[in-house]
Write a protein that binds this ligand. Structure first.
Ligand SMILES: [Zn+2]
Length: 285
C-alpha cells in the first residue's frame, strides 16, 4: 500500500505538470493530444522517480524552445531547416525519440526500487540525465550549427563541404553548441543535487564530466548515423536532397528514396544515438 508521503508525491507529480502542460499548449510546442499526452506521462514518471529528473526534463524542454525561438530569424538557419523533417511543434514520435530512453529507464527504476530513488549518482540515474544531455547536445548543435556562415564539412570526408542542415555535416559552431548543450544539463544536475543535499559534495563533481561526455558522444553518434544509415530523399520537383518524405511546392509532391535505410528516419537516428551513448555509462560507472 501507498503511505501518506507516497500519495503526496503522486499528487504533486500531477499538479506540477499542469502549468507546464498549459504553457506548452499555449506556445504550441506540443501536438494535441499525442505529443501532449506523451510529454505528460514522461513528466509524471520522472517526477515520481525523483523531482530532480523532472527538473532536468524541464531544462531540456525550455532551453531548446528558447534557443529555437531566439534563432528563428537567422537566414542561414531558415535555409537549413528546409532540409529538416519537421517544424517546431513536437509530436508523439519526436517526444519518444528524445525522452523514450529516460522513460524506459525511469519505469525500470520504479519497478525495481519504488518511488523517490535517493541515490542520485547511481548508474541508472546518471543514464537518465545523460540521455537528456545527448538530446540537448543534438538540439543545440542543430540550433547553433545551422547559423554558421560557413557550410559544414562531411563527417566521413572533412575535405568535402555539404549544405547547412545536412545530417552528417559538422561545423565548429555546431560542435561548440553540442558541448554547451550537454554541459548545461550536467551542471544543472550537480547543482540540483547540491541543493537537495544542502551541501556541495566534491564526489559529485566527476558527474559533470561524465554526463557532458556522454551527451557529446550521443551527438557524435547522431551525426555518424545521419551520414550513413539515415534515410535520404530527393524531391522530383526542385531536385533537392531532403529528409522529408514530401515537399510542398504548388501542391504536395512525394519525394523519392535515394539513400540510407528507408525506416531510419531522423527520429530513429535520435533514439538510437541517445540510447547507445547513455548506455555507455555502464562502462564508466
Ligand atoms: Zn522540392
Amino acid at each position: 500500500m501507498l503511505d501518506f508521503a507516497d500519495r503526496w508525491l503522486l499528487l504533486f507529480g500531477v499538479i506540477v505538470n499542469l502549468p507546464v502542460g498549459y504553457f506548452a499548449f499555449r506556445k504550441k510546442s506540443l501536438t494535441f493530444p499525442g505529443g501532449f499526452l506523451a510529454a505528460a506521462i514522461i513528466g509524471f514518471t520522472l517526477f515520481i522517480v525523483h523531482p530532480i529528473q523532472w527538473l532536468i526534463l524541464l531544462i531540456f524542454f525550455s532551453s531548446s524552445s528558447v534557443l529555437s525561438k531566439y534563432n528563428s530569424g537567422n537566414t542561414f538557419k531558415q535555409e537549413a531547416m528546409k532540409f529538416a523533417e519537421k517544424g517546431g511543434t513536437r509530436d508523439v514520435i519526436q517526444i519518444f525519440a528524445n525522452g523514450g530512453v529516460a522513460f524506459i529507464v525511469a519505469v525500470s527504476v520504479l519497478y525495481g526500487s519504488g518511488l523517490l530513488y535517493q541515490q542520485l549518482d547511481a548508474p541508472l540515474m546518471v543514464l537518465i540525465v545523460s540521455s537528456f544531455a545527448a538530446a540537448n547536445a543534438d538540439t543545440w548543435a542543430t540550433e547553433i550549427g545551422t547559423t554558421s556562415r560557413i557550410n559544414p564539412v562531411w563527417i566521413l570526408d572533412p575535405r568535402k563541404r555539404v549544405p547547412r542542415g545536412t545530417s552528417g555535416g559538422v561545423s565548429i559552431k555546431g560542435t561548440i553548441g553540442s558541448l554547451i548543450g550537454s554541459l548545461v544539463i550536467a551542471v544543472f544536475y550537480v547543482v540540483f543535487i547540491a541543493i537537495n543535499n544542502q551541501s556541495l559534495d566534491a564526489r559529485f563533481f566527476p558527474l559533470i564530466i561524465i554526463i557532458t561526455f556522454l551527451g557529446v558522444l550521443g551527438s557524435f553518434i547522431d551525426t555518424l548515423l545521419g551520414a550513413t544509415v539515415q534515410a535520404k530523399f530527393q524531391c522530383p520537383s526542385c531536385v533537392k536532397t531532403t529528409e522529408k518524405r514530401f515537399h510542398v511546392h504548388n501542391e504536395k509532391v512525394d519525394t523519392n528514396h535515394t539513400g540510407g535505410l528507408k525506416f531510419f528516419s531522423n527520429d530513429v537516428v535520435n533514439f538510437v544515438s541517445i540510447a547507445s551513448a547513455s548506455l555507455t555509462v555502464f562502462l564508466i560507472l
